[in-house]
Design a protein around this ligand. Structure first.
Ligand SMILES: [Fe+2]
Length: 491
């Protein structure tokens, strides 16, 4: 492991020019394979140029940073207290008008959350350098030290699956930008170390939106664990925000040009502000557009699935679905013919009864997220009507908060199951779901054991483990095992 002077590497000009913000999605997908350091460098160069004009409130000297973090955390705490007081006084939810908007948010930030921690992957190579310990510690915590229930990416994957929000690949390009930066830093740790440290410092500060989203997700009956976990790990006293500063302090050059290093740290810090932030992602939700797009996507399969007896406004349903651009008009006709009663609880609509219920003709056609979209869309008065001008969406039946749901499940289970004592056990990740998968996974793990046993030095073993702990592998069974072994050897 050699410590370099952190020289900034430059991609060939033609390649860098070819990589624009508008191409974040293909870049993200290519970088996820972790095989293209030239692309990573070029992408980072281009993003750094873009971010250079953004303001950064990071102090210029290291001595001021602890105070700056404390002030920021205080300000966030005060703003959150005000938010809670407002809610108590009857203010509506600040972010999520409907549950479908909250589920859309989970999907909208998925490209970033599914590579959580990736920007730190490259520092694992420095496991034998004590100065890198704070940064490596953060990466290992992102990976849950190899424990599936604590691995941030696995927690998020489970959350998406629980609500049928896995279709995130069709999100607009800008939603992939932060994830692409994180994957690029994963491959650019040697050349972009100061920028990586600055990015980490910015990313690990506790944001107000994290507190509010956690609160409102729970309120809507959605498990906020992924988010609350970050509230606790990003704390300024002992958490990642503090460790991130330690990481900077220990790696600051003692002999080299400290001011140039800090200038590059600030440049990396600014990268956090590119792309779609949490609040923008939430605001980008359009219930009408998202519902129509969802039905249009469904129509490609549904256009051949209905019998000719199914007719709306004189045309067969298959005919309506044969052209996705007709979906808005089809919905209007369904409403006009009384199949859908907008502005009323979905249960009042005959159309909804085709979707929900054990004997429903379309039972199982729509995922939980898609059903929630339809439910909220029906309950919302059509835009431009008198009802829309006076009413907000029909008040959804009060849902149990996620925590209340867990409490009632505990009560239900108490005394009936020996496993009921652990509340999180009810939603614990079962890994893997397919029992036959254990055979191949078992084989894979035995192979890893054998390869580890065959290594002739700690360096060789660590190299093997680091290879399995990359952003696209650390959440697989072999990646988790490698992380557990690495954590033990690292100490
Ligand atoms: Fe995380």
């Amino acid at each position: 492991m050699q410590t370099t002077a952190y020289a900034q590497c430059t991609a060939p000009a033609a390649q860098a020019a070819e990589i624009g913000t508008d191409k974040a999605k293909p870049v993200y997908n290519r970088l996820a394979m972790m095989e293209d350091p030239a692309l990573a460098a070029g992408y980072l160069e281009a993003r750094l140029v873009e971010a250079a004009t953004l303001p950064a409130d990071l102090p210029e000297s290291l001595d001021e940073m602890a105070g700056w973090i404390a002030r920021h955390t205080d300000a966030v705490g005060t703003a959150y207290r005000d938010y809670l007081a407002g809610r108590k006084a009857g203010a509506p939810r600040r972010y999520f008008h409907t549950k479908s908007q909250a589920l859309y948010f989970l999907k909208a930030v998925a490209p970033t959350k599914l590579v959580d921690g990736a920007w730190l992957y490259g520092v694992l190579q420095r496991w034998d350098d004590e100065d890198f310990r704070p940064l490596i510690r953060i990466y290992l915590e992102e990976l849950g030290n190899g424990v599936p229930d604590k691995n941030h990416v696995l927690i998020y994957r489970k959350l998406l699956a629980q609500h049928g929000c896995e279709q995130w690949q069709d999100l607009p390009d800008t939603h992939f930008l932060q994830g692409a930066i994180q994957l690029a830093l994963a491959q650019g740790a040697e050349s972009f170390l100061p920028e990586l440290i600055g990015y980490n410092l910015g990313y690990e500060q506790l944001p107000l939106h994290l507190l509010i989203t956690s609160y409102e997700l729970n309120e809507l009956g959605i498990d906020p664990y992924y988010f609350t976990l970050h509230v606790t790990v990003d704390n300024a006293a002992t958490g990642h925000a503090h460790t991130a500063l330690e990481g900077l302090k220990q790696i600051m050059p003692r002999v080299g040009d400290a001011s140039d290093f800090l200038r590059r740290v600030a440049a990396g810090f600014r990268l956090n502000d590119l792309g779609v932030g949490t609040v923008d992602a939430i605001a980008s939700f359009d219930l009408e557009a998202e519902t129509v797009a969802m039905l249009a996507a469904k129509s490609t399969v549904g256009k051949n699935m209905h019998s000719d007896y199914c007719r709306v406004a004189g045309r067969t349903v298959n005919d309506w679905l044969s052209d996705a651009t007709q979906i808005p008009l089809f919905l209007e006709k369904l409403e006009a013919q009384g199949w859908i009663r907008r502005g009323e609880p979905a249960e009042n609509s005959r159309f909804w009864k085709l979707i929900q219920g054990e004997r429903a003709e379309m039972f199982g056609v729509f995922s939980p997220y898609e059903q929630q979209l339809l439910q909220d869309w029906i309950a919302t008065p059509r835009a431009g009507t008198d009802q829309a001008a006076t009413d907000s969406p029909t008040e959804a039946p009060r849902v149990l908060s996620h925590r209340a749901m867990l409490r009632s499940m505990e009560t239900l289970n108490s005394g009936t199951s020996p496993r009921s004592s652990a509340p999180r056990g009810l939603i614990r990740h079962r890994f893997p779901d397919d029992e036959h998968a254990w055979e191949s996974i078992g084989c894979e793990l035995r192979l890893l054991e054998a390869r580890l046993a065959a290594t002739s030095s700690k360096e060789e073993a660590m190299d093997l483990l680091v290879g399995l702990m990359s952003p696209e592998r650390h959440h697989t069974s072999s990646g988790l095992m490698a992380t557990r072994v690495f954590s033990r050897l690292y100490g």
